[in-house]
Design a binder for this molecule. Structure first.
Ligand SMILES: N[C@@H](CCC(=O)N[C@@H](CS)C(=O)NCC(=O)O)C(=O)O
Length: 201
């Protein structure tokens, strides 16, 4: 049975799910919801995601929300030991889990403020100062790693790169611009054929 992805557009938080599936050559279909037409609020969709948010996937009898959880699930199911380190590789798996969660829980959570906390020029300034300061802190974790290796895990390309590289551009001016290690990393990611096929960037 083909996996179904519910989203609003290619470039919402479904981007990483589509990218991962393209990378693994796992077939899927897109179900785009029109928010203006109330499709996120329909009883049918609310039965899949009570919060009326996207992405959601349906994979057989599995219905899953939260992009990081979806990618952890899919990488384990379809690319275990390849794009997702095995549980037995304790150290690597711990690092992998950290970056999978970091991407949405720490990084995207901060970046998303720029889409919501900007209703006046004063609020916009406070928000941008906050996001910049937080990005400066997160760069302390990212730059040393990306300066010495091509991917966030020492073992090579993984689903953690898909998560990170899908989120980082949201704060391009604070994370990418002028930071050669992150710039080079993002260039590598944007050139991935699977990312191009998934229309991530
Ligand atoms: N942490 C969630 C966030 C989900 C989320 O907020 N998605 C946005 C779209 S990218 C949404 O559905 N917004 C609801 C709306 O715009 O009404 C995830 O990573 O999946």
């Amino acid at each position: 049975m083909t996996i179904k992805i519910y989203s609003m557009a290619y470039q919402d938080r479904s981007d990483r799910v589509r990218w991962l599936l393209e990378e693994m050559n796992v077939p899927y279909t897109d179900q785009f919801l029109n928010k203006d037409k109330g499709e996120m609020n329909s009883p049918d969709y609310r039965s899949l995601n009570p919060m009326g948010r996207v992405p959601t996937i349906v994979d057989g009898d599995i219905v899953l929300n939260e992009s990081a959880a979806i990618c952890i699930y899919l990488a384990d199911k379809y690319a275990y030991g390849k794009l997702a380190p095995k549980i037995e590789d304790t150290k690597l798996r711990a690092e992998y889990t950290k970056w999978m969660i970091f991407s949405t829980a720490s990084l995207e959570c901060v970046i998303a403020r720029m889409f919501t906390h900007t209703s006046t020029p004063e609020e916009t300034k406070v928000t941008h100062d906050y996001v910049k300061a937080q990005c400066d802190i997160m760069k302390l974790a990212l730059i040393p790693i990306l300066s010495k290796q091509d991917y966030i895990l020492s073992s090579g390309f993984s689903a953690a790169d898909i998560m990170l590289a899908a989120v980082i551009p949201g704060a391009h001016e604070y994370l990418v611009q002028g930071n050669s290690a992150i710039e080079a990393y993002m260039k590598r990611m944007m050139e991935k054929e699977s990312a191009v096929r998934a229309k991530v960037f």
